[in-house]
Write a protein that binds this ligand. Structure first.
Ligand code: GLV
Length: 342
């Protein structure tokens, strides 16, 4: 589609699998950052101004100001399924195609949601801290009691493909599944999701013994779980967030956990990460992880490969030539195509 004779220049903002990135090299000039750097907005703008394509991560927050001088930039390939780090309307207005890495991480993220749920329900990380601190001389029979899963209710807020993958795993634990999503799933899909039942948001909050968040962060979902929502949950409930920081009001969550208004939480994502609300760090009834739900060897490689495929396809190479598989703003691609038919 892009017929400029010169090789496109691709900027890769963070170190990732070099052998996967090397797939770009027959067709593109690649500049890959050798270390994780949090670029200041002006540095980021300068990097973007010097490339035709950028493969970026969540730490790159890109909006109108960052692309104002990026005259060559045609595609931003996000190394993530969520793209709240990108101002998509601003990038679209600048004629820049945006892609993500949807789907290849569903199963790994679903596994991790269960790891957090179980870890929080069974107090696993607090028990480990206690053990490492040398306290295990004898364990009282009634110490470290946690929560059972069987015959309880798993609530899933956000029933996209990650939510569905989480639901499919519930049968083995003997959990009933309820969910809330803007749109109800077709009944045949609900059946494959452990017979998940659509409920209102209010019912989800009130009935879930384990509430897992798997919805995207948008202006509408910011603080979807705040003090009011937490007050409607059971005091015995466990909250798990593998979605995005900002969906939960972390200050309100820390207060609810501290006051016993919520039993426990398992969190992979935080408001303002990598900085955490200090009150969360002081609590023992929360399992904290540094945004690693998709971090398996296979999945992070697959995410990198998909970003590379999206870029190559945009520039007319590979099996998806001209049709990058994960375009978030297809209207921009269509506009470019209409202006310059392949
Ligand atoms: C990770 O959080 C992602 O959106 O892929």
């Amino acid at each position: 589609m892009d017929e400029r004779p010169e090789r496109p220049r691709v900027w890769v903002s963070r170190p990732t699998f070099a052998d996967v990135i090397a797939r770009l090299e027959p067709h593109c000039d690649v500049v890959a950052e050798p270390a994780e750097v949090k670029f200041a907005p002006a540095e980021l703008a300068a990097k973007l101004a010097a490339c035709d394509a950028a493969i970026v991560g969540l730490k790159e927050r890109i909006g109108a100001a960052e692309v104002a001088g990026a005259r060559r930039l045609r595609i931003v390939a996000n190394l993530a399924v969520g793209y709240d780090n990108l101002d998509v309307p601003a990038l679209s207005a600048a004629g820049i195609v945006v892609t993500n890495t949807a789907d290849v991480l569903n199963e790994s993220v679903a596994d991790f949601a269960w790891a957090l749920l179980l870890g929080a329900a069974r107090r696993m990380t607090a028990a480990e801290r206690w053990l490492r601190a040398g306290h295990w001389h004898a364990t009282e029979f009634t110490a470290w009691l946690g929560l059972d899963l069987r015959e309880r209710t798993l609530g899933i807020f956000g029933m996209g493909r990650i939510g569905q993958a989480i639901a499919r795993r519930a049968g083995g634990f003997g959990l009933r599944v309820i969910y809330h999503n803007r749109r109800r799933l077709p009944p045949e899909l609900e059946r494959t999701c452990c017979d998940a039942i659509w409920v209102t948001r209010e019912a989800l909050l009130a009935e879930a013994d384990f509430l897992v968040l798997a919805l995207p962060l948008t202006p509408q979902t910011r603080h979807a779980i705040g003090a009011a929502e937490l007050s409607r949950m059971k005091p015995s409930a466990v909250l798990v967030n593998v979605a995005r920081g900002g969906i939960v009001d972390d200050a309100a969550l820390a207060a609810a956990l501290a006051d016993g208004r919520l039993a426990a939480a398992g969190l992979d994502v935080f408001e303002g990460e990598p900085n955490l609300h200090p009150a969360l760090l002081a609590l023992d009834n929360v399992v904290l992880c540094p945004h690693i739900a998709s971090a398996t060897h296979g999945t992070r490689r697959a995410m990198t490969a998909l970003a590379v495929t999206n870029v190559l396809a945009f520039f007319g190479h590979g099996e998806h030539a001209g049709r990058p598989p994960n375009v978030v703003n297809p209207e921009v691609l269509a506009r470019l195509r209409a202006a310059k038919p392949a």
